[in-house]
Design a protein around this ligand. Structure first.
Ligand code: ADP
Ligand code: ADP
Length: 232
C-alpha cells in the first residue's frame, strides 16, 4: 500500500532547524493494521501528515500504491489524498458551523459527485457509526465520543483504502474509546489499511504490527504480525 525509503523531514524557522524524520523507512502492505508508537516529539505526527499527503518531505522516497509522490504539486497531492485516504484525528477537527451531515459531506465536495450522491453516502456512513438520529446537530451539541464517530463517518464516506488515525481515542473516556476502536477494527476487517498513532500500549497491542519511532527513525518493529480475525 505504501513504502517510505529513507524519508527525512526538516522543519526550518528563522532560528531553528528541527529534524522531525531522519532516514525513516517503512513498508505497509495492503490490508495491514499498523500501530505507530514512540515518545512525544519523536516524529509520529510528522510521519502521518507525510503519509497522508498533507505535507511534502525533504529527502527520500515515498511510494503510495507504487506512485512516487515526492515533488507532486498541491493539486496532484490533494487529488490522490481524496481518492485514497481518510483521516481521524485526536481533536476531531469538525467544522463548528456545520451540522453533522454537512460535516460528513465536506471531503466529498472534492470528488466528482452529485449533491444527492453526497447525501446518500453521508447518511450511510452516519448510520454505520450509529448517529442517524443526530444529523442536524452541531458538533458542540455532541459528546466527545459522538464527535469522534462523526469524524469517522466523514472518513468512511469516501470509502478510503487507507485510514490514518492520530491518537483517535486520546480525548475520550474508556467506554467511548472502546466504541471508536471497535469501529476502526471493523473498517480494517472490511479491507482498509489502517495506520494508527497511539501512546496507549493496550491499543497498540490490538494492531497486527507495531512500529516504534525514536528520534525520527523507525526503530524496530516490535511485534511479529499476528493472527487477526479479519485476515482473509
Ligand atoms: P510526535 O507526533 O511524535 O509527538 P511530531 O511529529 O509532532 O512528533 O514532531 C516531531 C518534531 O518536529 C518535534 O520536535 C516537533 O517540535 C517538530 N515539529 C512538528 N511540526 C512542526 C512544525 N510545523 N514546525 C516546526 N517544527 C515542527
Ligand atoms: P502528538 O502527536 O505530538 O501527541 P497531536 O497529534 O495532537 O500531538 O498534534 C501534533 C501536531 O500536529 C500539533 O502541532 C497539531 O497542531 C498538529 N495537528 C494535529 N492534527 C492536525 C490536523 N488535522 N491538521 C493539521 N495539523 C494537525
Amino acid at each position: 500500500m505504501l513504502e517510505m525509503r529513507e524519508v527525512s523531514k526538516v522543519y526550518r524557522t528563522e532560528t531553528v532547524e528541527t529534524h522531525a524524520l531522519r532516514g525513516f523507512s517503512l513498508k505497509v502492505d495492503e490490508g495491514e493494521f499498523v500501530a505507530v508508537t514512540g515518545p512525544s516529539g519523536s516524529g509520529k505526527t510528522t510521519f502521518l501528515t507525510i503519509a497522508g499527503l498533507l505535507e511534502d518531505f525533504t529527502r527520500g522516497e515515498y511510494l503510495l500504491d507504487g506512485v512516487n509522490v515526492h515533488g507532486m504539486n498541491d493539486n496532484q497531492r490533494s487529488r490522490l489524498r481524496n481518492e485514497k485516504i481518510g483521516f481521524v484525528f485526536q481533536a476531531f477537527n469538525l467544522i463548528p458551523d456545520l451540522n453533522v451531515v454537512d460535516n460528513v459531506e465536506v471531503p466529498l465536495h472534492y470528488r466528482h459527485m452529485s449533491g444527492g450522491e453526497r447525501r446518500k453516502r453521508a447518511l450511510a456512513a452516519l448510520e454505520r457509526v450509529g448517529l442517524s438520529a443526530r444529523l442536524k446537530h452541531y458538533p458542540a451539541e455532541l459528546s466527545g465520543g459522538q464527535q469522534q464517530r462523526v469524524a469517522i463517518a466523514r472518513a468512511l464516506a469516501g470509502s478510503p483504502r487507507l485510514l490514518l488515525a492520530d491518537e483517535p481515542t486520546g480525548n475520550l473516556d474508556t467506554a467511548m474509546a472502546r466504541g471508536v476502536m471497535e469501529l476502526i477494527e471493523e473498517i480494517h476487517r472490511e479491507g482498509a489499511t489502517i495506520i494508527m498513532v497511539t501512546h496507549d500500549p493496550e491499543l497498540a497491542a490490538r494492531a497486527q504490527r507495531n512500529v516504534h519511532i525514536v528520534d525520527g527513525m523507525a526503530t524496530g518493529v516490535s511485534e511479529e504480525p499476528r493472527f487477526h480475525p479479519g485476515l482473509r
